[in-house]
Structure formats: structure tokens, C-alpha cells
Design a protein around this ligand. Structure first.
Ligand SMILES: [Zn+2]
Length: 481
């Protein structure tokens, strides 16, 4: 749960068991014909709404100078596009996964994880240009229905389909749904447009290939595996895109501009949080800790777990049992009533309880979904002015096998008091100017990082760690708190 204190989620928990949503999942809205009906003002309105959702669910990086910088670069590109008058916005979201995405009508987001992998303004411009291309070519409009579904909680509709990938689906369908997927032709077109915008704005467009190379190398890096749902999974293969950049450059009739803006870019990302931010919650084994919200909970041993922007989820090895922790509205009693009062949900046994000294309401329930009957245990726990909802459920026939584990997990929710964990801080990027020529190996010896040198090489787009880097080069390293 990466939500910062003070943020509340509304729709999720309310709609969690709605049968309508499950129906939506099996009857996706299709066809461009329908969607061509979206007018520009509707497009803008939908995009703005979805953007608000992104800002509250994923959150923005709190760094006004960096935000202003990205906005300035993006706005300059958009001003030269085919749709200069849209309400364009360019923002950095607080997500460690390398990604960028566009919403209909102008909102464009890039993650801090992607910024960390880039080395120049020209690279940033090509990424923003690509996303602008999705908007100018109206690719995002044709995806609007999916974005809408994501907003109203299709996400959990899918989680509630037991026996289908309980967790596999979550990452992709959660906030991932907002990382809209386009066809390959649309991606190629966006690459073409991005190249054009960056070129018009005077950037060294060869740098576009560096982004694809960085992403390619990051995906080959073991630590990054499984963390690159966006750009990599949904875009044409990197070698093909790198080749296409070379072809576009070769076809230019004017000299390639030489502006890379490396210094400006690197100075802007200096001190940026790098990797997962422990303040937003993290797992150690099957225990989840949230330093900012000051709680911990033990999920069942051996379950697959994930810390998503609005929920912490766990799935049983056989993928038929699911647990999810979210914030709820109101006190425990009100939250329980809201959840159990939903259509299709039948409360079985509700009681007030005391969980590790915290007031709670606990209830068994059953619900009918398309795939059959499910049974579950819902707990609502008050802690430090917030209410946490812990939902555990399984198809009715297998519920008995999980009941004890569900109870144990719910009962383990407690205050976090370990000062070491409460005080944990994220790693950050530190940009260092080389006082003299040296290799990356030497740099790393003099300026140690908290991550392996392979990762430092990746962040600096350096393939040969033994190669001399000229004096004055700006090099990224990663430091702890
Ligand atoms: Zn794209």
C-alpha cells in the first residue's frame, strides 16, 4: 500500500464484489466505431478524471523543481505537435517501475523508475514525444473504456475470479490498466511522432535509441525482471525500435541536432528516490511493514505477495485463496456496514473484536459471483485514525482449508513499533561530477553505492566498466540514507 497517509480510496472497496464488474470483465467494450464517438471535450474530461486517479493512487514525486522541469520539456514538445491547444500536463509519478504513459486529452506521466534509467534530456524528450504521439494520434481515446473500467474497480472484479491467476492479473490490471496497451502499429506511429517532435525541438534524436537500449538492458538484469510491465511488454521489441531510430536518422536530410541536455537532466534527477521506497511499505518474508502508516501484518507463509499502490495482496500457492489489505472509509463499524451492505454479499457472522489491542469488526460472508460461490473473512481494524480492511476469500469449497490461515493473518495486524523499521529511508540517486578521468570501477571504489556496480553501469548506460570516462562526466550512483 503505497498510499501516503491522508490519502483515501473510495471506489475500490465499495465495488469490490459487484457482479456487474465481473460481467464487464468478460464483456470488454470493443471496437473503434463506438469510441470514435468520443468528442474532444469528452476525451479531455475522461483523461483529466483518470489523471486525478493516477495522482491519488500512485502519487507524484514530491519535487517541485523536477516536476517543473519535466513539464517544461513536455510542454515545449507538445506546443509543436498537431494538437497544441490540448491541456497538456507532464508529471513524474512515484513508481520505481520504468514506465511512461499517456491519458486521453493530454495528461502524460513518466515514472521516477524510468527517469533513473535515462541520461539526458534528449532521451526524456523522446519518451515524452512518444507519449504525446499516442495522444495526438488519438490512440488513447480508443482505450478510454479500459481506463474507465480501471477507475471503477475492474481490478478487484478480476481478483475475485478465483482459480484464474489471482496475482498475475493484479499487477497487470491494477494501476497497470492505466498503462494503456496499444497495438504495435500504434506504437510504431508513436515512435515516429516522438522522433519528429524531439527533432523539431532540436534534440539529438539518436538518443532515442539509448532509451530502448537502457530498457533492454534493464529487462535483462535479473533484479529488474518481472518489474517491467509497461514499456517493454506492450511495445515492439527493442532491437526493432533501435533499428528504426537508425533508419529515421539515416533518412534525415538535415544534420542531426547535437543538443542532448545531459547536464540539465542529470542535475534535475539528482537526489531522486531510487528503487522501492520502504516508507510506502515493504515485505520481509511474508510480513508486511508500513513505516509511514505504522503497522505490520503477517500474511500466510509461502503465499505470493505484492504491494500495489492501493492495496497489499497475497495469493495462495494454488491461486485459489486471496487476501487483500486496503484502507476503508469511516470507522470499523461503518466500513463493515458499507462492505457487507453491498448487493450480492451475505454477512454470516459479525462480531466486534479486539485485534492486538486495536478495535475491530470481523465478519464471515459469502457472495455469488459469476464463477460460483465464494466465502470470505472480512476484518475492519482501526489504527491511528484510519480503518484498514482485510479481505480474505476463496471459492466456497476450498474456504475451509484456508479459514485458519485467514484468521491468523488477520489477527496478526498490529502497531509497528520497531524504531529501526519506523526510521527506514529510501535509497537515492546521487549525481557526481568526475574530478579527473577514471573508469566506472574506479569511480565505484571512490564513491561506493548501495547497489552492485552492474546496476550502476546500467543506470549510467555504460557497457564497459573498465573504459575511461572523461573528467567532468556526470555519473550516477545510489546512496542509502
Ligand atoms: Zn507507447
Amino acid at each position: 500500500m503505497k498510499i501516503k497517509p491522508g490519502r483515501l480510496i473510495r471506489r475500490w472497496e465499495v465495488l469490490v464484489l459487484s457482479a456487474t464488474l465481473t460481467a464487464c470483465a468478460t464483456n470488454p467494450v470493443t471496437g473503434r466505431r463506438q469510441l470514435a464517438l468520443v468528442s474532444e471535450s469528452q476525451e479531455i474530461q475522461m483523461g483529466q478524471q483518470a489523471a486525478q486517479e493516477v495522482r491519488t493512487s500512485i502519487g507524484l514525486v514530491e519535487n517541485p523543481a523536477l516536476q517543473a522541469y519535466v513539464q517544461r520539456i513536455g510542454a515545449a514538445l507538445a506546443a509543436r505537435s498537431e494538437r497544441p491547444t490540448l491541456p497538456w500536463s507532464f508529471q513524474v509519478v512515484d513508481d520505481a517501475t520504468p514506465n511512461a504513459f499517456a491519458l486521453p486529452g493530454g495528461p502524460i506521466f513518466v515514472t521516477r523508475g524510468l527517469l533513473a534509467l535515462m541520461d539526458s534530456e534528449a532521451e526524456l524528450a523522446s519518451v515524452l514525444g512518444h507519449e504525446i504521439g499516442h495522444v495526438t494520434a488519438r490512440h488513447s481515446v480508443s482505450q478510454i473504456s479500459r481506463a474507465q473500467l480501471a477507475q471503477i474497480g475492474l481490478v478487484l472484479g478480476q481478483v475475485l475470479v478465483p482459480q484464474t491467476q489471482a496475482l498475475g492479473g493484479v499487477a497487470e490490471s491494477g494501476v497497470g490498466l492505466l498503462f494503456l496497451k496499444y497495438g504495435r502499429d500504434a506504437e510504431r506511429q508513436a515512435d515516429d511522432l516522438g522522433f519528429k517532435y524531439a527533432l523539431t525541438d532540436g534534440y539529438d534524436v539518436r538518443e532515442m535509441a539509448d532509451v530502448f537500449e537502457a530498457l533492454q538492458r534493464a529487462s535483462a538484469d535479473k533484479q529488474e525482471q518481472g518489474r517491467l510491465p509497461g514499456w517493454l511488454a506492450t511495445h515492439p521489441g527493442e532491437p526493432e525500435r533501435i533499428q528504426a531510430v537508425a533508419e529515421r536518422v539515416a533518412a534525415l536530410t538535415t544534420p542531426v541536432p547535437t543538443r542532448t541536455g545531459a547536464t540539465e537532466f542529470l542535475n534535475s534527477i539528482d537526489n531522486l528516490v531510487y528503487g522501492e521506497n520502504p516508507r510506502a511499505g515493504f515485505f520481509r518474508g511474508s510480513t508486511f511493514y508500513h513505516p509511514d502508516l505504522q503497522f505490520r501484518i503477517d500474511f500466510p507463509q509461502g503465499w505470493q505477495t505484492q504491494n500495489l499502490p492501493q492495496a497489499v495482496v497475497a495469493g495462495s500457492p494454488r491461486q485459489d485463496g486471496v487476501m487483500q489489505l486496503t484502507l476503508a472509509n469511516g470507522g470499523a463499524q461503518a466500513a463493515a456496514q458499507q462492505f457487507l451492505g453491498q448487493q450480492g454479499i451475505q454477512p454470516l457472522q459479525t462480531s466486534r473484536q479486539n485485534i492486538q489491542g486495536l478495535p475491530a469488526v470481523v465478519s464471515y460472508f459469502q457472495a455469488q459471483i459469476q464463477q460460483g460461490q465464494i466465502r470470505g473473512l472480512a476484518g475492519f481494524i482501526e489504527h491511528a485514525g484510519r480503518t484498514y480492511q482485510v479481505l480474505s476469500y476463496a471459492p466456497a469449497p476450498s474456504f475451509g482449508a484456508y479459514d485458519q490461515e485467514f484468521q491468523r493473518a488477520l489477527g496478526s495486524f498490529r502497531r509497528l513499533t520497531d524504531p529501526q523499521i519506523l526510521g527506514m529511508q529510501p535509497n537515492r540517486i546521487d549525481v557526481v561530477r568526475l574530478p579527473q578521468p577514471m573508469t566506472l570501477v574506479e569511480f565505484n571504489r571512490r564513491n561506493p553505492s548501495v547497489v552492485p556496480i552492474e546496476e550502476i553501469a546500467l543506470l549510467n548506460q555504460i557497457e564497459n566498466v573498465g573504459a575511461q570516462l572523461p573528467a567532468g562526466t556526470l555519473v550516477k550512483r545510489v546512496i542509502g540514507s
